[in-house]
Design a binder for this molecule. Structure first.
Ligand code: IFM
Length: 452
């Protein structure tokens, strides 16, 4: 390998990311309320193979072993999310202190082992009771989310100093309220535009609430950011790429920076106005301490006359004669470099942290070992591209692998295995994969040998 962790500097943060619904299980334990994912994944044919996250990695009961495992792997930064319905079973109102105790145990044990906890407030698991009132389509979600944020900060902000407001809002609004392939399974433009506007308001409002309650916290939010290229140099493909870019990459970050929605490039977004109240434009902006970039792949875009609204489509990796992962995502390390350069070029962005990057491959467990060379190569090559961007001046200050444990990959169920650690979902046995060992060696603290 031509580079080492030291090339990134002493302050660079190396970690792993997870999300509540994907690992915790214990879906109705100790007073937890149902989330949209508990309900959605029980509906027929929504999730591959009929899987659901009711047990998942049972992190709720195995958290101590899993955090100890992280410690043994030299992981010093752990990003996880809070299940809204675990601490507020009714979405608002009374706090479920048994749920709070769980997160207190997680946080305190991390701190005891010298692992810094990083909390994502919302990673897609809205309480079902709030969905029954319209969920993200109902503007009241701004109040509901504000209350949830306030509770999180008051309950955990004394010990947790690194916060992210939302996880990939484009994905949960697009897949959950436009395409209907994620919880809560809603479809249509009106649902999507309302949900996206309310999520964008929450993104900024969440930041303001944290700042007001705890000025000593570092505040960020995360976005998915995919490098895009047109299929050909034809004007139509280039125009399609500009549209997809505005939707996938710019939609949430630009309002946050005070630039408004990218309506010039996607005319249909003008219809958001129907959901805007006077003064909303200013409320969409907030000066984040950092932006969490989540990049996995590049997409190739072509013009598609039959596609409603965008007139564009993505050409799947398996149709392009390129290497790809179990998710059918192209392995293209320079995508993270391109994404970092592009995001880094916005004037208002002070700092970027790669809050997710990783890959799912068809790992095989043979005699209790998992030789996942493909994942090692993926991580090495992507990390090298992060370094390239850093050396060219992008202020990228951390990198979190998605993910620690194989887990519930939303509509795909448990088949795509993204973990550095293999999970046998029948026995809950954990086995560190070769990639986990590689990452652990790569980020190991240098041993200081005293001079005689
Ligand atoms: O598993 C997801 C995660 O919840 C959000 N970002 C992408 C990951 C891989 O699909």
């Amino acid at each position: 390998m031509l580079f080492t962790k030291e090339d990134f500097g002493d302050d660079f943060k190396w970690g792993v990311s997870t999300a509540a619904y994907q690992i915790e299980g214990a879906h109705n334990a100790d007073g937890k309320g149902l989330s949209v994912w508990d309900v959605f994944s029980r509906q027929k044919k929504k999730i591959n193979s009929g899987h659901h996250g009711e047990t998942a990695c049972d992190f709720y009961h195995n958290y101590a072993e899993d955090i100890a495992l992280m410690y043994s792997m030299n992981i010093a930064h752990y990003r996880f999310s809070i299940s809204w319905s675990r601490i507020l079973p009714q979405g608002m109102g009374a706090i479920n202190y048994k749920g709070v105790d769980f997160y207190n145990r997680v946080i305190d044990f991390c701190l005891e082992l010298g692992i810094e906890p990083w909390i994502t407030i919302y990673h897609w698991d809205l309480p079902q009771v709030l969905q029954q009132k319209g969920g993200w389509v109902n503007r009241d979600v701004v109040q509901w989310f504000g209350y949830f944020t306030e509770c999180c900060i008051k309950l955990f902000g004394d010990r947790v100093k690194k916060w992210m407001v939302l996880n990939e809002p484009m994905v949960f609004t697009g897949a959950g309220y436009f395409l209907g392939v994620h919880a809560p399974g809603k479809k249509g433009l009106a649902n999507f535009l309302a949900a996206l506007h309310h999520a964008a308001l929450c993104q900024a409002e969440g930041g303001r609430i944290i700042k007001t309650l705890r000025s000593d916290c570092i505040i960020g939010t995360t976005i998915s950011y995919t490098h895009l290229e047109p299929l050909t140099n034809r004007h139509k493909d280039i125009a399609a790429t500009v549209k997809v870019d505005a939707l996938l990459n710019r939609l949430f970050v630009e309002p946050l920076l005070g630039l408004g929605y990218p309506t010039n490039d996607v005319k249909i977004l003008e219809r958001i106005e129907r959901f805007m109240y006077p003064g909303d434009e200013a409320k969409l902006a907030f000066d984040m301490d950092f932006i969490g970039l989540q990049n996995y792949t590049r997409e190739i875009v072509s013009h598609a006359a039959f596609m409603p609204f965008v007139r564009a489509k993505l050409i799947k990796a398996n149709q392009r004669n390129v290497p790809f992962t179990t998710m059918n995502w192209e392995v293209y390390p320079a995508s993270i470099y391109e994404a970092l350069k592009r995001l880094g070029s916005y004037k208002g962005i002070k700092e970027i942290i790669v809050t997710e990057n990783g890959a799912a491959f068809n790992d095989e467990c043979i005699k209790n070992t998992i030789h996942d060379e493909l994942r090692i190569n993926y991580l090495k090559n992507y990390i090298q591209q992060v370094l390239r961007a850093k050396q060219e001046g992008v202020n990228v200050t951390g990198y979190f692998v998605w993910t620690l444990l194989d887990n519930f990959e939303w509509a795909e169920g448990f088949h795509p295995r993204f973990g550095l650690v293999y999970v046998d979902f029948d026995t809950q046995q954990r086995i560190i994969k070769s990639s986990g060992k590689w990452y652990s060696d790569f980020i190991r603290k240098p041993v200081i040998v005293p001079l005689p």
